[in-house]
Design a protein around this ligand. Sequence first.
Ligand SMILES: *Cc1c(COP(=O)(O)O)cnc(C)c1O
Length: 402
Amino acid sequence: MAAPTRDDALARDAADSLAALRERFIVADPDRIYLDGNSLGRLSVDVRQAMAGLVDDWGKRVVEAWNDWVELPTRVGNRLAAAALGANPGEVLIADSVSVNIYKLAHAAADHRDGPIVTDAGNFPTDRYVLEGVARQRGRAYVEAASAADAIAAAAGGVLCLAHVDYRTGRRLDIREVARQTDALVIWDLSHAVGATEIDLSGADLAVGCTYKYLHAGPGAPAFLYVRTDLQSSMRSPIQGWFSRRDQFAMAPGYEPVDGIERFAAGTPSIPGVVAIDAALALVEDAGIPGIAAKARALTSFGVELADAWLTPLGFRIGSPLDPRARGAHVALHHSEAWPICRSLIDRAGVVADFRQPDILRLGFAPLTTSFSDVWDGLDRVRRLVAAREHLEVAAGERRVT
Ligand SMILES: *Cc1c(COP(=O)(O)O)cnc(C)c1O
């Protein structure tokens, strides 16, 4: 079958009900094709305005504004729960980073299960490192299984942490199906899924995720954590910070956790970050997760179709699941020269993608900001660059952030 043409891409853009939302994002260089929204989402006009408003508020009201700000981590948590997670009010808190939230929830889960602490070797590095450390502190076995299926099998009676969408391959797991397969307490890492796919946490045990990828809340915006309502009263954070204490401002002696999800707070929240998340969620609500997820499936399918026609003859191999429901919003392409290809795409072809070890070129199609013509043009530039072997002219130097 012939590869889709650029007119096909334009026709899909014309039929895209989310296309108008792109206008609400800031695009400084329209010739550059941004396919790295799975690493850092673009800035929206809404978030820029909200952050400017927060700075004004701070200037005018100084400490008085804390009366409003102190409610934000739970209020915005509830908004996120309803807009994107399928969770109930009171189950989601904005706090800290994903790494710190995994630490808190893994310790709390280890209080409930005596067995091993388990993940799979393909899970995101920080998840593996933090879990290994928690296992050492708790004197538990730490198991890094070869695959998610092996991790599920190894986790009986223990604590299991899995990524809903794999950061390299993009494969997406079924949350309910995993719950049926194990008696372990499961911590879901939603970082590569939230804002890109349908998530239904109802009945799930525990979860964490970040807000700076497909939620567009900005670099270092705080993460979130979820604890199912009926688990909350019997779970405690290992960090007994004052924001998690009953009657915080009594400043009383001794520690006692507050009821509810706020017992997983630690210290003073980053208010600029929470304000950014609040504003970013307005865009997600306007689009609706069903529309966002459908567009992610359509964009990745379009990308896979083009990659299959143009790039497999050039030595690429598609590393993501071919069933669109079994993947998130990015596509992984294996190539033995993936690193120089990625560098030269950025430096010479105006395509921002990223590289993941050992041989993956990762193309992220953030549904709110990526058009079908971006996908077509981006892959067309990859094909031209690699066919001309231009990437071999780039020095394969090191960089701290890849
Ligand atoms: C991005 C990402 C993280 C990031 O963790 P931080 O503590 O926020 O730096 C963690 N896990 C996964 C799966 C991710 O995709």
